[in-house]
Design a protein around this ligand. Structure first.
Ligand code: S3P
Length: 172
């Protein structure tokens, strides 16, 4: 399918708020893979992690991408932070549309996710250490998955969205 723009990046990078800003600005439908999966499974992401494990959730992410490849056209898609970890998913993402990596610093993530209880991967005793470890491992994978990279630190969603849309050739 064509005309889609997909935001990837770490938890707290602003994929959903930037995605929503782009969808408003360019009158495109907005879709979030976490919400898509929660709806299909009838459970929250935390419940899926508890009952099916991280592996089970990652399988559901691949299935969601396969379905979206058939369904989504001219959509803004916000992808769960761990979705690009699987090589298969990185390939599916590139087929789905233009992939924008929203690059965020660990400090910004820490600030934005203070007090958050919805991310099972950061629920342990030392979330800051976990953020740094996960980011270090994931950054090269996000870069591999992306067509373009946009820096998000200290910027408003609308400005980030404008840059991303321009890179993806939306609204031209
Ligand atoms: C995850 C990110 C979350 C959600 C799940 C796992 C990750 O999505 O998919 O908690 O592995 O980074 P957001 O990036 O939208 O928070």
């Amino acid at each position: 399918m064509t005309g889609n723009i997909i935001f990837i990046g770490f938890m707290g990078a602003g994929k959903t708020s930037v995605g929503r800003a782009v969808s408003r600005r360019f009158h495109m439908d907005f879709l979030d893979t976490d919400e898509y999966i929660e709806e299909k499974a009838g459970m929250s992401v935390s419940e899926i992690f508890r009952t099916a494990g991280e592996d089970g959730f990652r399988r559901m992410e691949t299935e969601a991408l396969q379905a979206l490849e058939k369904e989504a056209e001219n959509c803004v898609i916000s992808a769960g932070g761990g979705l690009p970890l699987r090589e298969e998913n990185r390939e599916l993402l590139k087929k789905l549309g233009t992939v924008i990596y929203l690059k965020v610093s660990p400090e910004t993530v820490k600030e934005r996710l203070k007090g958050d209880t919805t991310r099972p991967l950061l629920a342990g005793p030392d979330p800051e250490k976990k953020i740094r470890e996960l980011l270090e491992y994931r950054e090269p994978l996000y870069e591999q998955a992306a067509h373009y990279i946009v820096d998000v630190n200290g910027r408003a969603p609308e400005a980030i969205g404008e840059e991303a849309a321009q890179k993806a050739g939306i609204g031209i």
